[in-house]
Design a protein around this ligand. Structure first.
Ligand code: ADP
Ligand code: MG
Length: 749
């Protein structure tokens, strides 16, 4: 019975045809080799057979299960070694093996037994604690093999297992494959080495996404198309092979001549004997020729040319299949290729396949959370091995908190001020002192001429210049109005605004002090205070709540908790997933029976836990480092943080479904972080934003969490005060999370 049956399988990527109308069978216990140059579609076929890439047309079954509909039933029964060395480089040999064992749901006893078995098979026994990333190519491949064998698969798919490893390691690996085949495992191997095709029991040659020939290597060599009747093959050893090749190609009776290493393989008419052949070559007397049977390379070269000619003539019959000697499950002979069976979707059961019983079986991956523990353990192993992650997680937020809490002070004090005193008498000095006595201004110098007054401002040494006019004292004493020029550097709007306000206030207060003695003597005044003294008719009494000293750390540090929480969850989750996608290990995971929920939760929970721990750390720094007390309910705060955590994780997951590389993930993450920092009200008050931006800021989850944070921490708000924000955050969380979970497929598309 055929273990793998492929019928008219096709896959396109947009306009690109990666696999076109491929049909073949693989009998049980075979070593089936799929040979073809790079880009011919080998990996695409393997991915479709492993159920991680849906076919665009045609269908296939593996172990009787349809790859399009029953992929999850296939996965526990097959092993897959993808083309890249897809191991976790930062995990040790045994950690890699154990991870795969757990992912396949092996019990601890079974895992211990299998672990020993695969270690013995691959001779990795004395390297168990070595990190996978430090193994050499051949040993990495053995480890990958060990991982893909841990669950005793019946079929093993190996995508170019010998690419890039040295000849000795290659031979050892093939010995291993023979042993496995001897134990009854069916092997499906792709390669672009011709010599490896000879080692297979069955093989197919794929060229330009089409299967050109199929059969046992020996049978293929016997095919009449390869050595047509009336011709013979020769191997010619000449002194100058390039010249000899040119001469032979133009000689009469010679059908084809190609290089084969240093030698030339010639297909010549029967009429051409050894003497005639050598006679065509310059210095033929020093050359030698012997008749040979065709090699597989001859087969491929001949058949590829024939196929190219057929395609050019529009006469496109794809496969040349050799008759199977034992008459077992033959692949379709050429004439039958266009059989009416078209698509697995229209006709879900290619011949001789899944019984109804099998189809009703429930795959392990349908179990909720299957594989969760394996992934969680693995993620923590990654975190442990990556000290930079831990640094990023715990040191950076604390540093950030201090930067925002200490270095960034938005309250403006000690504005450098110069005095240009042209008066020089008591009232002038009193005015200078009045400026000095506010904490807003700090006198950095007295200037004595117009030029140095201007220069103090243009050089930036002073932000404010006060020019006291020459007859200041005289005019005051005479009861005339006097004008004092105050120049303010407007380039920093915050400093300028504060200086302006303080100047006006100072002017008002000084005027009041000046008028009071006169007013006291009047019979009627606008108003008197409780002590009977003249006073302003209206006194405003503003009182600052929650942050009486107007310390900016009160404003920034709680907000920082939200920003950091989002930063960490967003970056870590998206990177943890995209890194696996980039390394190729995600593809490897997709071929295991791990469930979608198990994979997702296993990936998210560790980072959620880290994010939460980190938030507690930042809160502690806030309370103990900056003395910002939490006025509200801590438990409410922590509970709502969990809600916000869901948004961050969801966003991270969303990024990971959009980004194909870590660089792209970084760019997406920044794209999300920028508005979160600038528009959420973390730095700039939202109420001051232009209306469209204000509306936009409602779409940013951090906005709500910042309001919740500041509400609970600074104002002691409770749930009743915050329910609109909580509701909005819940809405954001659920929609982001659902969107990203839906987008995250256990498939490569
Ligand atoms: P092989 O394994 O034989 O080297 P592949 O199966 O990897 O070839 O690729 C066959 C063709 O399909 C190539 O041209 C490749 O660029 C294209 N291809 C493979 N995977 C994708 C993909 N995910 N998206 C777009 N094109 C792809
Ligand atoms: Mg490939």
């Amino acid at each position: 019975m055929a273990v793998i049956e492929v019928r008219h399988l096709a896959r396109t990527f947009g306009d690109l045809v990666a696999v076109a109308d491929v049909s073949f069978d693989v009998p049980r216990g075979a070593i089936f080799g799929l040979l073809g140059p790079n880009g011919s579609g080998k990996s695409t076929i393997i991915r479709m057979l492993c159920g991680v890439l849906p076919p665009t047309a045609g269908g296939a079954t593996v172990l009787g299960y349809n790859v399009a509909t029953d992929a999850e039933l296939i996965k526990p029964r097959i092993g897959y070694m993808s083309q890249k060395f897809s191991l976790y480089a930062d995990l040790s040999v045994e950690e890699n093996i154990e991870f795969y064992g757990r992912i396949y749901g092996l019990s601890p006893e079974k895992l211990a037994e299998r672990r020993q078995a695969v270690l013995d098979l691959t001779s990795l026994g004395n390297r168990v604690t070595q990190l996978a990333g430090t193994l050499s190519g051949g040993w990495k491949q053995r480890l990958a093999l060990a991982c893909s064998l841990i669950h005793e698969p019946q079929v093993l798919f190996l995508d170019e297992p010998t690419a890039g490893i040295d000849p000795v390691a290659r031979r050892d690996l093939w010995d291993l494959l023979y042993r496995l085949a001897g134990e009854g495992v069916t092997l499906f191997v792709t390669t672009h080495y011709m010599d490896e095709a000879e080692r297979c029991t069955e093989m197919g040659y794929i060229y330009n996404s089409r299967l050109i020939c199929l059969g046992k290597p020996d049978d293929l060599k016997q095919r009449p198309e390869v050595t047509p009747a009336g011709t013979r093959r020769w191997e010619v050893d000449a002194i100058h092979p390039p010249e000899a090749l040119l001469a032979l190609r133009s000689a009469e009776g010679i059908r084809d001549a190609t290089f084969f290493g240093q030698k030339i393989h010639v297909l010549a008419n029967d009429s051409v004997g050894e003497r005639e052949l050598l006679g065509h070559i310059p210095q033929g007397e020093h050359a030698s020729a012997r008749e040979i049977a065709p090699t597989l390379e001859d087969v491929f070269v001949t058949l590829t040319r024939a196929a190219a000619e057929r395609q050019a003539n529009g006469n496109d019959t794809p496969v040349v299949a050799s008759k199977s000697r034992e008459g077992e499950a033959p692949a379709e002979p050429p004439g039958q290729v266009d059989s009416p069976l078209k698509s697995a979707r229209q006709e879900p059961r290619p011949p001789g396949t899944v019984s109804e019983d099998k189809r009703r079986e429930r795959p392990a991956s349908a179990r909720f959370g299957f594989g969760f523990l394996a992934i969680v353990l693995k993620e923590f192993a990654h975190i442990r091995r990556q000290p930079t992650t831990l640094f990023f997680m715990f040191a950076v937020p604390v540093v950030q908190t201090f930067i925002f809490g200490v270095a960034i002070q938005t309250e403006v004090e000690h504005i450098p001020t110069v005095i240009y005193d042209l008066d020089g008498r008591s009232h002038g000095r009193a005015l200078a002192d009045a400026f000095e006595n506010t904490s807003t201004f700090e006198i950095v110098g007295y200037v004595i001429n117009e030029d140095s007054f201007r220069r103090a401002l243009t050089s930036g040494r002073a932000k404010v210049g006060v020019c006291i006019p020459p007859n200041y004292t005289d005019q005051l004493v005479r009861g005339e109005q006097v004008q004092v020029q105050v120049l303010i550097d407007g380039s920093d709007s915050q400093v300028a605004t504060t200086a302006l306000q303080a100047t006006n206030l100072l002017g008002l207060n000084l005027s009041l002090a000046q008028t009071r003695p006169f007013a006291e003597t009047l019979p009627f005044v606008p108003a008197r205070n409780a002590a009977g003294r003249v006073a302003m008719p209206l006194e405003m009494r503003p009182r600052l709540l929650y942050n009486p000293n107007l310390e900016s750390s009160y404003f920034f540090v709680p907000g920082l908790v939200g920003i950091i929480l989002q930063l960490v969850t967003l970056f870590l989750t998206s990177f943890a997933i995209v890194r696996e996608r980039e390394m190729g290990t995600l593809e490897q995971l997709f071929v295991t029976p791990v469930s979608r929920t198990g994979l997702l939760a296993g990936k998210l929970v560790p980072y959620a836990a880290l994010g939460f721990g980190e938030m507690c750390l930042v809160l502690a720094v806030m309370v103990f480092g900056f003395g910002v007390p939490i006025r509200g309910d801590l438990w409410l705060l922590l509970g709502l943080s969990l809600l916000f955590l869901m948004c961050g994780l969801g966003l991270g997951l969303l990024v990971s479904t959009l980004a194909k590389s870590q660089l792209a993930a970084m760019q997406f993450a920044f794209l999300i972080m920028l508005p979160s920092v600038l528009l959420s009200g973390f730095v700039f008050p939202r109420s001051q934003m232009p209306f469209p931006i204000y509306v936009l800021s409602f779409g940013i989850p951090v906005t709500y969490f910042l309001e919740i944070l500041r509400g609970i921490v600074l104002r002691g708000a409770d749930f009743l005060d915050l329910w609109p924000q909580v509701l909005a955050l819940l809405g954001c969380g659920i929609s982001i999370f659902c969107l990203s979970v839906l987008r995250f497929q256990k498939q490569l598309t």
